[in-house]
Design a protein around this ligand. Structure first.
Ligand code: 5GP
Length: 306
């Protein structure tokens, strides 16, 4: 009868568990370095390739990615999927091609960020009734590091709107003065009714201070920003489906059928503009859409994540 294998001596087990704790701590330190920007993710990958059994080699790819500011779990899973890397893979265990794909991804990210400096200006536009306001409001509430630009408008305040938070409500003369003094980054007449414009100074100041700025404006405004600041990223918010869009546009409406047809026609034209945009985000859930928009800002500092 074969003898049962003897348990390792007590002293070995204690040593092994101490070593495991030390390795976990060392990996946590690497993640903290990446999160603070002290070390780039690319440097960590290089260290892992040079020493597969070292601390960096023991780090999971998923952990490396989520240590990067602005990569949350959703984006991380998308990237892993795109790169064809299984979530259990440690950096030291990546195949040659996986390593190359990850390196390319991290290198492009680093260049984009360095190349564009502090250009984390994102414009959120999209068809009427797609929920831009809700997504922007969610970002204001949950991501305090992102400056949500407050527009000036000549329309009258609605119930519950707050001066300086919802808009700066101004009269025609003041709007004329702002245009003449070149105080607006862009402006447009929206819905053939009132004028809306983005005050230039808060945007410039925030970008200079390295903050991310979000403009929630109409399509004409998005085009104007593209001309004025080509480094801006344009995000087009889409409804989950055309049917859902129709429901949101005319669902609870009491307008007559001519007005409804006119709105749908406008929505079709607006949807056609998506080709001009850098990114498309589907608004099925405002919180998820908000996170995707913030991810696109590739913010340098620590973001408050909900
Ligand atoms: P509302 O009157 O419902 O608040 O906004 C009407 C439309 O004006 C929305 O589509 C919104 O995106 C757009 N808008 C708000 N502020 C600005 C702005 O500063 N510039 C431009 N071009 N459009 C804006």
């Amino acid at each position: 009868m074969a003898n049962k294998r003897p348990d390792p001596p007590e002293v070995d087990r204690a040593a092994a568990s101490r070593a495991a704790v030390a390795a976990r701590r060392a990996r946590a330190a690497v993640k903290a370095q990446v999160a603070s920007g002290e070390r780039s993710a690319l440097e960590v990958l290089t260290a892992a390739v040079n020493d597969r059994d070292g601390v960096e080699g023991g780090l999971r790819t998923t952990e490396l990615l989520t240590s990067i500011p602005a990569i949350g779990p959703t984006k991380m899973h998308r990237i892993m999927n795109d790169l064809g890397i299984s979530p259990i893979k440690r950096l030291g265990g990546l195949g040659v091609h996986q390593r190359e794909r990850l390196r390319d991804y991290l290198a492009t990210r680093a260049t984009t960020r360095r190349g564009t400096g502090l250009s984390s200006l994102v414009v959120l536009a999209g068809p009427t009734a797609v929920g831009k306001g809700t997504v922007a409001g969610y970002i204001r509430e949950n991501y305090p590091n992102v400056l949500l630009s407050v527009s000036a408008t000549t329309r009258k305040p609605r119930k519950g709107e707050v001066e300086g938070v919802s808009y700066y409500f101004v009269d025609d003369a003041e709007f004329d003065r702002m245009i003449a003094a070149d105080e607006l980054l862009e402006w447009a007449v929206v819905h053939n009714a009132s004028r809306y414009g983005t005050p230039r100074r808060p945007v410039d100041e925030a970008i200079t201070a390295g903050k991310s700025v979000l403009l929630e404006i109409d399509l004409q405004g998005a085009r104007a920003v593209r001309r004025a600041m080509p480094e801006a990223r344009l995000v087009f918010l889409l409804p989950p489906s055309w049917e859902e869009m129709v429901r949101r546009l005319i669902g609870r409406d009491t307008e007559d059928s001519t007005e409804q047809a006119r709105r749908l026609e406008t929505a079709k034209l607006e949807l056609a503009a998506q080709a001009e945009f850098d990114y498309r985000v589907v608004n099925a859930d405002a919180g998820e859409a908000a996170r995707e928009v913030v991810d696109l800002m590739e913010f340098h500092g620590a973001l408050a994540r909900p």
